[in-house]
Design a protein around this ligand. Structure first.
Ligand SMILES: [Fe+2]
Length: 350
């Protein structure tokens, strides 16, 4: 009960307070003439903060950020309508960008720089949103309990050899929804249902926590394999304490589906809001976020894969080697999102 109460505060009330605070003090210090760009962002990483500061230093354009979950930000954009101060929506998954576009909250942007920097399969064909970084959803495994040869595909995790051994977060999470959407698209709904049922049957425990929690549980021996995004594992490897790093070394990274559809990847991305009042500034920020410097910092500080293949990878990602990524368009994943949510519900993946 108490945990539920704290959880409610953290998930529902706190983000609202953070949002209100950001709007009560949107323009501290500067006069009305200052150039600004207002960002609604689901991303809460240090790398983003550093990049926005770099952007301001370089351009003189101040960036106001409102941080909250993507669903809350989308709801807020809907309520605010034309009066919304937001210029740019940034999310950690294309599913939410798709949803924002469907609800008429974004507008098309055409920029030579963006079209050159962001590959066609990582942006909306009409320019309503552009990918910023990529992340793979991989199988992390306990090196002392699992041989790499035992791993092959996402689908194989439904096999009963994994009974009681899989760690994965809740189906409310968009990363899992997009993964299931990709399986629906690649293998069909029936196969996706069989897979989801199999994984539920094989779970080491009822889903809880985020991807980091799954990795910690893996290290503690609560399960033997975990479905997580790449940057969470990289973060664990790069941990500052020697003790934690030693534990992290017990975790292996496996890129599934290399002989078939490729490893599921998703993007973190950005789209200009329909109400944007600072259009030119927002475009400059979007272009900046796809620049060499920004892409390198996303990779080095946050361990995400750049959207541009020519950007060098940091040591930790380079060590994992290249992998074959599933090239399903994020729009297709967005279109299947509702089907994935329904299916999760049917198989009782909490
Ligand atoms: Fe994440």
């Amino acid at each position: 009960m108490r945990t539920l109460f704290i959880d409610t505060i953290l998930r529902r009330i706190l983000p609202a307070v953070v949002m209100m605070a950001a709007f009560l003090f949107p323009a501290c210090g500067d006069g009305d003439t200052a150039e600004v760009v207002n960002v609604y962002s689901h991303r809460h990483y240090d790398a983003d903060r550093q990049l926005l500061e770099m952007f301001t230093e370089e351009t003189g354009i101040r960036v106001n950020v409102v941080s909250a979950g993507a669903d809350q930000l989308i709801k807020r954009l809907e309520i605010e309508g034309e009066k919304s101060p937001a210029d740019l929506l940034i999310t950690v998954d294309a599913g939410r960008l798709y949803r924002a576009k469907e609800r008429g909250l974004l507008q098309p942007v055409h920029s030579e720089v963006l079209e050159r920097n962001v590959p066609a399969h990582l942006r909306d064909p009409e320019g309503h949103w552009y990918g910023m970084t990529q992340r793979g959803r991989i199988i992390a495994y306990a090196r002392d309990r699992v041989e790499e040869e035992e791993l092959s595909t996402y689908e194989a995790l439904a096999d009963e050899r994994w009974r009681g051994r899989i760690l994965v977060r809740s189906s409310e999470n968009i990363y899992n929804q997009s993964l299931l959407a990709s399986i629906i698209l690649n293998r069909g709904r029936d196969a996706a249902e069989t897979w989801a049922r199999g994984v539920v049957a094989n779970m080491a425990r009822s889903p809880r926590g985020n991807d980091t929690d799954q990795l910690n549980a893996l290290i503690e021996g609560a399960g033997d394999v975990a479905l997580v995004n790449t940057y969470y594992v990289a973060r664990l490897y790069e941990d500052s304490t020697a003790e934690k790093r030693a534990k992290a070394e017990r975790v292996g990274v496996f890129f599934p589906n290399q002989q078939s559809s490729g490893t599921h990847v998703n993007i973190s991305g950005m789209g200009m809001t329909k109400s944007a009042g600072n259009r030119e500034n927002a475009i400059r920020l979007m272009e900046f976020l796809t620049s060499d410097r920004a892409q390198q910092l996303f990779a080095e500080a946050n361990h995400e894969y750049p959207i541009r293949p020519e950007i060098p990878l940091p040591r930790v990602l380079a060590a994992w080697g290249t992998f074959r990524a599933d090239t399903l368009h994020p729009t297709a994943l967005g279109e299947q999102n509702w089907e994935a949510v329904k299916l999760f519900d049917e198989v009782d993946w909490r």
